[in-house]
Design a protein around this ligand. Structure first.
Ligand SMILES: *Cc1c(COP(=O)(O)O)cnc(C)c1O
Length: 398
């Protein structure tokens, strides 16, 4: 059945937690304290499938189980195939490890000059500032680091990482990630952003966070003031399915946007979640309505126990082909594979070019019609020079 965009409402409300005072519900610390973290808790609310039960038994040895009450409400408890459910409730398949899967599939540890910092691209670093998240995605790329379930002993050392960035003038872009950076306290974030802003060569600061999706209550006016103070701070959120685009998320995005935070979205292409054109189209349209620009669509990394999420790359290409030209250009994310072993993100695109010669390029448009663009120019008559205007050069900012 094709996904019907109208079926997704801007969900707003306390759902199963009607009895809780609204002030608690809106308090992000309450949401964290009341997370669902065990099979027993889940079973108070729903019937788990045998695969899910098996997954829950294993979860705390690999990647913790944790779901905020707010996000749990988005699950359709009567539908074992619910796309929200698949993302956060463990399944037995997580134990199954395929030959090609790796604990550190992106070779991040090998590109880590100091603990908590990945310096893969020449001009930018990934700064893993915490190992905690508000809720845990079952397809997590960094399950080795986060939630501490694997005894990986990941202790982000902010001071060493900051000193590395200070000492490397080629680093013009710092991406705070983790774990989820927005789980740090306001004070800590204020300090970190202040330190980064004080480094002359750091031009671009961004945060990768799923907090707006799992815990929109965290996007408080006080937090937004911190982003304003140290701005521009950019943010990539992580929405995979249109059902996640709730009124609460929309409001949180609005608060961020009003604080001057440009918003992008990173989705992971996941089997049974968003591997259909209709779902992805509904998602990107809802993102634009929330002021969020779809940035990347990721082919899932080769994580251990992730085979049940894997989607054929040809399906990803088909989705992009169905979007490009057929809808707003701003709505189309760049589909990428993060190259296994540490090669960085590589764009994967539908092929539009049929032929390039010295004379012309031949290509197809979004409707499959063929067009030609000549590459050799045939001079006819000189363009008449226009009289010079005394234009003053605009002043550039330093
Ligand atoms: C994704 C990533 C970045 C940022 O890449 P952009 O294409 O600039 O968004 C930086 N460092 C690492 C290690 C990454 O994985």
């Amino acid at each position: 059945m094709p996904y019907n965009e109208d079926r997704a409402t801007w969900f707003d409300g306390q759902g199963l937690w009607q009895h809780v005072p609204e002030s608690d519900w809106r308090d992000w610390n309450w949401q964290l304290k009341n997370r669902i973290t065990s099979a027993a808790q889940l079973e108070q609310f729903m019937t788990l499938t045998p695969e899910e039960k098996a997954g829950c038994l294993f979860a705390n040895h690999k990647l913790a189980l944790a779901i905020t009450p707010y996000f749990f409400n988005l699950i359709d408890r009567n539908d074992p195939g619910c796309p929200i459910r698949r993302q956060v409730i463990p399944r037995g398949e997580e134990v199954v490890m395929a030959e090609e899967e790796m604990l550190d599939s992106l070779g991040e540890d090998a590109h880590s000059p100091v603990p908590g910092l990945v310096h893969r691209y020449p001009d930018r670093v990934l700064f893993l500032v915490t190992d905690r998240c508000a809720a845990y995605c079952r397809y997590c790329t960094r399950s080795r680091l986060v939630s501490n379930a694997q005894d990986y002993n990941f202790h982000p050392e902010h001071e060493r990482a900051l000193r590395y960035i200070e000492a490397h003038p080629e680093v013009r872009d710092v991406l705070l990630s983790g774990g989820d950076p927005l789980l740090l306290s306001d004070r800590k974030l204020d300090h970190l952003l202040g330190r980064l802003r004080a480094i002359r060569h750091v031009e671009f600061i961004r945060i990768g966070s799923r907090i707006p999706v799992f815990l929109p209550q965290r996007i408080t006016p006080e937090l937004c003031e911190i982003f304003k103070k140290h701005g521009p701070v950019w943010m990539s959120i992580h929405v995979n399915h249109p059902k996640e685009c709730t009124q609460e998320l929309k409001d949180a995005c609005e608060r961020l946007a009003y604080a001057g935070v440009p918003l992008g979205n990173q989705s992971v292409l996941l089997r049974g979640v968003n591997d259909e054109v209709d779902v992805m189209r509904a998602l990107v349209h809802r993102l634009l309505r929330m002021r969020v620009r779809p940035y990347y669509l990721y082919q899932m990394d080769l994580i251990t126990g992730g085979s049940h999420f894997k989607v054929d790359v040809r399906k990803g290409i088909e989705i992009i082909r169905a979007l490009r030209g057929h809808t707003t250009g701003y709505a189309v994310p760049q589909y990428v594979i993060d190259a296994p072993g540490g090669g960085g993100k590589v764009p994967i695109n539908p092929e539009y070019i049929e032929k390039i010669t010295d004379d012309e390029v031949v290509f197809k448009n979004f409707q499959g019609e063929t067009f030609r663009y000549p590459l050799k120019s045939t001079p006819h008559r000189p363009v008449e020079a226009s009289p010079a205007h005394g234009v003053m050069p605009a002043e550039l900012f330093p």
